[in-house]
Design a protein around this ligand. Structure first.
Ligand code: GDP
Length: 455
């Protein structure tokens, strides 16, 4: 274990709450506990037992708060160092004062994610598991939480370790022949290396194929609602949100800016973007809104193109049809309660289409199902054992692993050992960066600095 200074931070969110927790980790944690906390019963703090008592300022003798304290002696703690948690009342001032006491006793204010970074550096968890901790905190859907929990439990780490062990075996064989150049590599050993490389390629391919689904589950999807003014976009958004967040009016062009809300469709987190109605206009504000809407099209995972079935297909509809060409688009035919006059031009192609009446809510459930179905999220599906990649960092590392493996496979044909060793080492470095064995410090800094303070 690395020896480091002692860090402290407030681990509960800012603001008022029932309790506020100050967490302290490092060699001085027990001494700080002794200095600032007086248990009601004699005997001091016993590892992993909560004690009730008072936190006091040893200089003034003032009682700061009544509190519970728990000391978790190394290595049985989150960081594998001595950890002290002081659970006091959750007022902003009282928590800050308790933190100040810990700092006065020699602790340093922790950087964002520093507790989890120590857990990683001390070998308690690997980098995938550390990132999963962050995903657990950020989860917005049941499926995202489940996926993050599985990664924290080590399901993905085990798949990565399996690939690593194949690579180590292959590299060991190759290097053995490089060390003894007089021995020609035999068919049996070549076959063994080929088998390992193919196994690794197959496992890497399976993980890479899971990325699209994993990303959708972890991050959710963004869905842009687009359509000319007055077709019922705001009414649709209201139905989807079940509240009156967007203002519905009958004057065309009133939803001038992008409205963004996140909702759950069958367990899928959907970021809904309601856009300004698209039409030719001289109004400066509206023109800006339209520009922003068009800019959002490429970054949306799906566009809902809303049309009014009770009015003919117009030049403005055509403008939108042209703008969304080539993107994932679902046609939403609204106002189905009115007589139909809309005729969509021949040759228009949509990824899916649904008919709704936003005014009454008819067809809204079908629309939600169509959206979640488009992203292949099935609420009923048991995701207990899904091993899925969900971060671009992991995907990128496995793409490099795969490329090195494919080159190794080519080299196997002419048995070029030195070059094979280079490729296998590259593959090992790439796969090791996923779990953190070979991740450079600047990448670690970037990962942990996106954590919250106190985690
Ligand atoms: P937006 O400009 O596209 O956001 O359209 P709004 O949601 O503001 O709706 C424009 C008008 O169409 C309002 O008067 C709504 O009440 C009306 N409207 C919306 N959906 C329906 C529908 O399904 N049927 C009918 N008959 N009217 C609708």
């Amino acid at each position: 274990m690395y020896v480091r200074d002692t860090i402290a931070a407030v681990s509960t969110p800012p603001g008022s709450g029932g309790i506020g927790i100050v967490r302290i980790s490092g060699a001085q944690a027990a001494a700080i506990g002794k200095a600032v906390f007086k248990p009601i019963h004699d005997g001091g703090l016993v590892s992993h037992r909560f004690a009730f008592g008072r936190i006091f300022d040893q200089n003034s003798g003032d009682i700061i708060d009544e509190a519970m304290a728990v000391l978790m002696c190394a290595p049985r703690s989150y960081t594998r160092e001595d950890v002290l948690e002081l659970h006091c009342h959750g007022g902003w001032l009282v928590v800050e004062r308790v933190l100040s006491l810990a700092l006065l006793c020699g602790a340093r204010l922790a950087d964002p994610g520093e507790f989890t970074r120590r857990a990683f550096l001390n070998g308690r968890i690997d980098l995938i598991q550390a990132e999963a901790v962050m995903d657990i905190i950020a989860s917005r859907s049941e499926a995202a939480l489940k996926l993050a929990q599985q990664q924290r439990e080590g399901l993905l780490s085990r798949s990565i370790e399996k690939i690593r062990s194949y690579l180590i075996q292959s590299l060991a064989l190759v290097e053995a022949y490089i060390d003894f150049p007089d021995d020609d590599i035999g068919d049996t050993d070549l076959a063994a290396i080929r088998k390992s490389v193919h196994e690794s390629l197959s496992d890497t391919g399976t993980l890479l194929a899971s990325f699209d689904q994993g990303r959708v589950v972890r991050d959710g999807v963004s869905v842009l609602i687009i359509g000319k003014p007055n077709v019922g976009k705001s009414s649709l958004l209201n139905c989807l949100l079940n509240e009156n967040r967007a203002i519905v009016t009958h004057i065309p062009g009133t939803t001038r800016d992008i409205i963004e809300e996140t909702v759950l469709f069958n367990g899928l987190a959907v970021r809904l973007l309601d856009s300004a109605g698209i039409r030719q206009t001289h109004d400066v504000v509206e023109t800006e809104g339209i520009k922003r809407t068009l800019e959002k099209i490429p970054s949306a995972d799906l566009v809902l193109f809303v049309m009014d079935t009770s009015s003919p297909f117009s030049a403005e509809d055509q403008l939108i049809l042209d703008a969304v060409a080539g993107f994932a688009v679902m046609a939403v035919f609204n106002k189905c309660d009115l007589p139909r006059t809309l005729v969509v031009p021949d040759g228009s192609s949509f990824n899916a289409q649904v008919s709704i009446t936003a005014l009454s809510g008819d067809g809204i459930a079908a629309l939600k199902n169509a959206v979640s179905g488009y992203f292949m999220v099935d609420a009923e599906r048991d995701t207990r054992d899904i091993v899925a990649l969900s971060r671009a960092r992991h995907r990128d590392a496995l793409v490099s692993t795969e490329q090195s493996l494919l080159r190794t496979d080519d080299l196997l044909t002419d048995g070029h050992l030195e070059l094979m060793a280079v490729e296998l080492r590259d593959a090992l470095a790439a796969v090791g960066s996923v779990t953190g064995q070979t991740t450079p410090d600047d990448i670690l800094d970037a990962i942990f600095s996106s954590f919250c303070i106190g985690k």
